[in-house]
Design a protein around this ligand. Sequence first.
Ligand code: C2G
Length: 129
Amino acid sequence: MRIITFGTFDMFHIGHLNIIERARELGEHLTVGVSSDALNFSKKQRYPICNERDRMRIVKALACVDEVFLEESLELKAEYIEAHQADILVMGDDWQGKFDHLKPLCQVIYLPRTPAISTTQLIEVVREI
Ligand code: C2G
């Protein structure tokens, strides 16, 4: 099975590693779409702390990741799934139900998020020091 997952992976943390490792365990090949700086800006009106080149390098360096590409639009999931011939789309359950329309193309699995860690929370903790 070929797996695909997406994310920003800013200030890479254990929650990111957990979902990537669990996604890879579902098959033999894992492709990760790393969302671009511009995509993040359009969603959140701020750029990630780490730029897209560095975020892609970090994800690519993981032993459980086979392939990385830049996700330039949230609307292109179907095209990305087809281009990478993915059998399963994996996302954290904060996205529960959001990608169900892709079920005719591939299996869609939402995995539970790792509790008590997020990029937003890390930024807040560091800000308070
Ligand atoms: N995640 C997790 N546990 C956490 C934090 C994040 O399992 N404590 C998961 C998210 O559910 C997501 C992945 O890690 O599946 C990446 O999270 P983010 O970097 O926050 O990416 P996001 O902004 O959700 O992705 O097409 C989707 C976009 O790329 C955006």
